[in-house]
Design a protein around this ligand. Structure first.
Ligand code: NDP
Length: 487
């Protein structure tokens, strides 16, 4: 298998083979830890997407007719191969994205393998309903049939993790796929193609086309015969996709942005809360859609929390992703760093906000052109400020005190987003009230990012439409047909 130590020419994976883009146009792939170009990726166009579609089409319905055991066996083989190539994949992911190598090793790649293993097993347990029409001598049964060719489009923050979160259920359900990873982080998707071949995935079942969102991605969403789109990314892009796909009546799953509240009551388990809040604020440089970027703290412990939190944040090491003691690696790209820093600047100009720590770019010896930023904590005194209303998607959190349940519940729900929420309390009545009333697709109580792959995942309001995870994903990737037989 190819190593990632030298310049890499990434190719499209179409019909089981690796191809140059038909236009022979390429995009630079940049290493965020040092700002250097270390490879090139195809700048694919409509023709490449059409080729990928035709390859997918030629494998359907054959793939959907393979036995569940056979499909499951291949998906398990992909999971095993990902695990046995853990180091290669983790290094590639860390280099492409800027995330600490340890994180890629312990979270991203293991989770990508788990995605395949989970859906390899789930498909063998997926069942449909039957309804006997008693008194009418009829029986209804429901078929859940593969859709055909589907499109999967994923972002850069958890590249292989989120790419496989879509591809695995799509393939398990019998579909053939045209997929596009983010152009910013293409490498592990490229390596996945090789693994799929080694695992015996038939040609054309998975096709990976690299390129820009507004050309390659656009060609996928506009394609009249790609019948469903599973998308994870920004809310603006999600709205654009919905506009294009809706008149063609495509099935749509949209996992979009978040501006998640982290609500801390004085009666919580303080140490556990503090440890998790450090993670929920800054894991993956704060570039996780589920990060708790708005921290609300009960007034009676606000000052204690503020001092302890800042002391802990100051201990976080911003460093090169490959170093073992690095807590915060590089942000994914120069434009993204600039964008995040603009938010920090806007907070400085806002009279309601105070930068309590961080806020500056970090220059690391030997990696002076990397995209490093200090973890930043901003004190705000209203939820109605830019910092609390817009998704920053970087190592930046806000903190502010609250006085009572009604006040914090109102503020927690007062954004356009509704992806996740975290609640820290040991009060049962309060837990029940908040879990009912928080406007979010996922609520964590006394924990954060604890994931069980069987559970539904997704957001409300501007955080998305539809649910991924478990059987929800298999339902999305199948078309439901009811059959009624009179006897
Ligand atoms: P974008 O919306 O910019 O991009 C996501 C993907 O869509 C990329 O592959 C992108 O390609 C592609 N794309 C862009 N424009 C189009 C288009 N016109 N047609 C089809 N595809 C297109 O998001 P980011 O990559 O910047 O990711 C960050 C965002 O993702 C954040 O808002 C974050 O909250 C969200 N996210 C949501 C999650 C969830 O589960 N709810 C999980 C993780 C992230 P390209 O990169 O080449 O432009």
């Amino acid at each position: 298998m190819a190593t990632t130590s030298k310049s890499i020419l990434i190719k499209n994976y179409i019909n089981g083979s690796f191809q140059n883009p038909t236009s022979n146009q390429w995009i630079d792939n940049i290493n965020p830890s040092n700002g250097e170009v270390y490879g090139q990726i195809p700048n694919s166009n409509k023709i490449d997407v059409e080729q990928a579609y035709l390859a997918a089409k030629s494998s359907f319905p054959k793939w959907s007719q393979t036995s569940l055991e056979q499909r499951s066996k291949i998906l398990l083989a992909i999971a095993d191969l990902l695990e046995s190539n853990l180091d290669l994949f983790a290094k590639a992911e860390s280099k492409d994205n800027g995330k600490p190598l340890e994180l890629a090793k312990t979270i991203d790649i293991p989770r990508a393998a788990s995605n395949f293993r989970f859906f390899a097993n789930a498909i063998t347990q997926f069942a449909s309903e039957s309804h006997e029409s008693v008194g009418h001598s009829a029986i209804n049964y429901t078929l859940r049939q593969a859709i055909g060719v589907v499109g999967c489009i994923s972002p850069w923050n958890l590249p292989l993790y989120l790419f496989t979160w879509k591809i695995a259920p799509a393939i398990a359900a019998g579909n053939c796929v045209v997929a596009k990873p983010s152009e910013v982080t293409p490498i592990t998707a490229y390596l996945l193609g090789k693994i799929c071949n080694d695992a015996g995935l038939p040609k054309g079942v998975l096709n990976i086309v690299h390129g820009l969102g507004n050309t390659t991605g656009q060609a996928i969403i506009e394609h009249p015969n790609i019948k469903a789109i599973s998308f994870t990314g920004g809310t603006k892009t999600g709205a654009h996709i919905a506009k294009i796909a809706a008149p063609m009546f495509k099935k749509l799953s949209l996992e979009l942005g978040g501006k998640n509240p982290n609500i801390i009551f004085a009666d919580c388990d303080y140490e556990a809360m503090l440890n998790s809040t450090i993670r929920s604020s800054f894991a993956n440089q704060g570039q996780i859609c589920l990060c708790g970027s708005r921290i609300f703290v009960e007034a009676s412990i606000y000052n204690t929390f503020k001092n302890d939190f800042i002391a802990r944040v100051k201990q976080l090491k911003v460093g090169h992703p490959s170093e073992k003691d690095t807590n915060i690696g590089a942000l994914v790209s120069k434009p993204h760093l600039k964008n995040v820093m603009q938010y920090i600047d806007s907070a400085k100009k806002d009279h309601n906000a105070t930068i309590l720590c961080g806020g500056k770019q970090v220059v690391i010896k030997n990696y002076e052109n990397g995209y490093y930023l200090e973890p930043t904590v901003i004190e705000v005194n209203t939820n109605q400020c830019k910092i609390n209303q817009e998704e920053i998607f970087g190592p930046v959190v806000s903190i502010m005190p609250f006085n009572n349940e009604d006040e914090v519940l109102q503020m927690a729900n007062d954004t356009p987003y509704g992806l996740s929420a975290t609640l820290w309390t040991n009060n049962l009545q309060r837990t029940m009230r908040f879990t009912n009333e928080l406007q979010a697709g996922i609520v964590w109580v006394n924990t954060w990012l604890m994931r069980d792959l069987r559970t539904p995942f997704g957001g409300v309001k501007h955080s998305g439409v539809g649910r991924e995870g478990g059987f929800e994903a298999l339902r999305f990737f199948t078309e439901t047909k009811n059959v009624c037989i009179k006897y």
